[in-house]
Design a binder for this molecule. Structure first.
Ligand code: C6P
Length: 403
């Protein structure tokens, strides 16, 4: 187990708020350590110049730090430096592929294969894309455990399948999907693959060379970094062939009044002044995670997850959604006859923050037959005491609402 007490000292929000603050919403966004806050503040207070274009010392420092962060991201996911594009987040990363790759490569009748457990950000871009290109959407179903149902894979993966875009770890069930097998199946029919790794990269080692995916998307703010920065990894040979996403400064090599040529990758996909401070903050978040070790973080979370599942299941009024063998530290649940929004407010009175809602996964809610769920998600600063506090408060809520 990690020394949670020491870790919590690195996060100023725990000293800002009362000592008994229990934060169980890291799947939505994580808390930030002081080192990340300092890295962002340092940029603004000590060298807040633009990158790639300022030939003076603070500009060179800003460029070095910004590009240094790209190298840290590349090392984290075992990617080539030129294959890491900074975006605003997972959502923008997926949209980038849907606009730049898909519009060029898809034609009517082609198939885009998703799953039924996608987050809206891996649903909507493909619906828009399908309307514009005539490509057809297909979905891998999930079963009562919240696991993908792959027994019918021959029907799903066909010679018409051109893109397979799937969530690595479900933000609702916590299920860690067998993405390596799915990528193999996709390659078997010659399809391009995109992994939504928003909920996996912060919590486990993800190696793009080992997975052999074509694209991988994730967000900085879910891994201790600032909001407003995310990553799209793309295989260099695919990125080279792809047209730009947005046009503007920095993404060009030459511009004349009527035509232009593009910068090399990844800068071809980073039009305009990028989110410099946020990218530098993400680099600092990766340093923090590396110092503790992703393996240790994963082990710690698994330990808390096992404890939470055991303890929550003992409360008769708790209904948990999802029971996959391979899962991350996320528990979606409802209490009998209590709307999750009410539950969340009551827990907030005890200084416990959970998420309540559809989790940007309305198709999952529809299949489960609920409008919303509560969700507790855990990270390196959580402890078993946090689970105890949650469970005490759940029992109290049951009594309060039942009386
Ligand atoms: N899920 C949650 O509470 P952005 O907003 O672009 O950083 O990430 C979008 C996103 C994409 N894929 C998955 C699997 C996600 O979980 C998320 C964000 C948050 O579950 C906010 S809805």
């Amino acid at each position: 187990m990690l020394e949670v007490k020491n870790i919590r000292e690195d996060f100023p929000i725990f000293t800002e708020r009362a000592d008994n603050f229990v934060y169980l919403d890291s799947s939505a966004t994580t808390l930030k350590p002081q080192t990340v806050i300092d890295a962002v503040a340092d940029y603004y207070s000590k060298y807040s110049a633009n990158v790639h274009r300022s030939i003076y010392s603070i500009g060179e420092k800003a460029t070095a730090e910004y590009e240094g962060s790209r190298k840290k991201v590349a090392d984290l996911i075992n990617a080539d430096y030129h294959s890491v594009i900074f975006t605003r987040g997972t959502t923008e990363s997926i949209n980038l592929v849907a606009y730049a790759w898909a519009r060029k490569n898809l034609k009517p009748g082609d198939e885009i294969l998703l799953t039924e457990m996608e987050h809206h950000s891996n649903i909507i871009p493909w619906q828009i894309c399908s309307q514009e290109t005539g490509a057809v959407l297909k979905h891998i179903p999930f079963d009562e455990n919240g696991e993908l149902e792959l027994s019918q894979h021959e029907k799903l993966f066909t010679d018409k399948t051109k893109l397979v875009a799937i969530i690595h770890q479900s933000n609702v069930f916590g299920t860690i999907n067998p993405v390596k097998d799915i990528i193999e199946m996709a390659k078997g029919v010659g399809a391009v693959t995109l992994i939504d790794a928003a909920q996996s990269v912060p919590h486990q080692k993800v190696d793009v060379q080992d997975l052999d995916c074509d694209f991988l998307a994730f967000s900085g703010h879910k891994m201790l970094g600032p909001t407003g920065v995310g990553v799209l990894y793309g295989k260099p040979e695919i990125l080279e062939e792809m047209p730009p996403f947005m046009g503007g400064g920095e993404m060009i090599r030459t511009v004349s009044l009527n035509e232009s040529t593009w910068n090399e990758i990844p800068w071809k996909f980073e039009a305009g002044t990028p989110n410099i401070a946020q990218a530098i903050g993400l680099g600092s978040a990766i340093d923090y995670i590396n110092e503790i070790g992703l393996d240790k973080i994963h082990e710690h979370e698994q330990d808390i997850l096992t404890y939470a599942l055991e303890k929550m299941q003992k409360i008769p009024e708790v209904n948990i959604y999802g029971s996959a063998d391979e899962r991350g530290a996320v528990v979606s649940f409802n209490l009998d006859n209590i709307h999750p929004h009410d539950l969340s407010q009551l827990l907030d009175n005890d200084d416990i923050a959970i998420r309540a809602g559809h989790h940007c996964a309305q198709p999952i809610m529809k299949k489960l037959g609920v409008s919303a769920t509560g969700r507790a998600s855990f990270y390196l600063y959580n402890s078993k005491e946090d689970v105890d506090r949650l469970c005490e408060s759940l029992v109290k809520t049951v009594k309060f609402m039942g009386s």
